[in-house]
Design a protein around this ligand. Structure first.
Ligand SMILES: Nc1ncnc2c1ncn2[C@@H]1O[C@H](COP(=O)(O)OP(=O)(O)O)[C@@H](O)[C@H]1O
Ligand SMILES: CC(=O)N[C@@H](CCC(=O)OP(=O)(O)O)C(=O)O
Length: 298
């Protein structure tokens, strides 16, 4: 008896075969994925994202998720009548704001993501930088130029921190036990206070400490674009400095790419800025020769 030939099945098989060298290359390696607050608003994308992460784990890669939640913190602050101000993309965080940020990030969002991953058949461990001595944060110092006098002045961002010590024992233990760590960007300082950390910065520090094969930053653009709006597929830290100097990159893309530079200079093999609005963008980037987004390496 002959079987009828289904061209769609063949395409699917070819896609799996195309993935083989990547599966072999990345088995046993660690990928850190930063999942931003904007992408979480769409349940379909959240489900796709959870499936991607569970698929990575199923094929022997160790995914570590660091999530944001800026829009959700903003919405909660608004509900409670607390005003929010940003300096260089960082939320000025007083004591009340730090409490709300922790509640939204470590509570609501973290557990929602754990739920999505469970729904996709994975075992997620929801933690923050506070758990297992994962991160110690140091207060971020910033200065701004006074427009009238042109003199640099210190601005107090309150409880905004950056990771200055990372102990990856808990992440590695959980990963080895078959779990997917899901990390909220909140950490204690040596002073025992709670610090609010930009999620990109948190992901970069964790990727560097883990010596991750990749740091994926999922965002709301196709990747880093040139002045004509074309996608730049490969960048080095030197290229990024040029793009910053000639004004090609601005706004939130500046701290994002600074995070990428820091991560690749401190032990992560490469960082990728990727379009989180595209379903399964991560799988396309990892398992096909086409790639997606912008790859940053030394
Ligand atoms: N050259 C550039 N290429 C792509 N995006 C850029 C560029 N310059 C500035 N941006 C801005 O950076 C934004 C991404 O940073 P951000 O809003 O902080 O992302 P997220 O909230 O996902 O962390 C883009 O939406 C875009 O508006
Ligand atoms: C200090 C600081 O700005 N912290 C961020 C933490 C969340 C975050 O970074 O979330 P996204 O990735 O969704 O923007 C904040 O309070 O919004």
């Amino acid at each position: 008896m002959t079987q009828s030939h289904d061209p769609q099945m063949l395409t699917k098989a070819e896609t799996l075969v195309e993935a083989l060298p990547y599966l072999q290359r990345y088995a046993g390696r660690t990928f850190v994925v930063k999942y931003g607050g904007h992408a979480m608003g769409d349940p379909e994308l959240a489900r796709d994202f959870a499936e991607d992460v569970v698929l990575l784990k199923a094929v022997g890669i160790n995914p570590v998720v660091v999530h944001g939640g800026g829009p959700q913190i903003g919405a909660m602050l608004k509900k409670l009548g607390v005003e929010s101000k940003f300096v260089d993309g960082l939320r000025v965080t007083d004591k009340a704001t730090a409490e709300i940020a922790e509640m939204v990030l470590s509570g609501a969002i973290n557990k929602e993501l754990v739920g999505w991953i469970a729904g996709a058949g994975g075992k997620a461990l929801g933690i923050s930088g506070k758990d297992g001595g994962l991160v110690i944060a140091t207060k971020v110092e910033r200065t701004t130029k006074d427009p009238e006098s042109n003199i640099e002045q210190a601005v107090d961002l309150g409880f905004v921190g950056e990771p200055t010590a990372v102990d990856v024992t808990l992440i590695e233990t959980a990963s080895a036990a078959g779990m997917i760590p899901v990390i909220a960007p909140i950490a204690p300082g040596v002073d025992g206070e709670t610090y609010n950390i930009n999620a990109d910065t948190m992901a970069g520090a964790i990727a560097a400490a883990l010596g991750a094969a990749r740091l994926f930053l999922l965002t709301d653009v196709a990747g880093v674009l040139d002045k004509q709006g074309n996608l730049l597929t490969d960048l080095t830290p030197a290229d990024i400095t040029k793009l910053q100097d000639d004004g090609t990159i601005s706004g939130g893309m500046i701290p994002k790419l600074e995070t990428c530079i820091h991560a690749v200079e401190a032990g992560c093999e490469a960082a990728v800025v990727l379009d989180g609005r595209v379903p399964h963008a991560m799988l396309i980037e990892i398992f096909t020769s086409r790639g997606a987004g912008t790859l940053i390496r030394r």
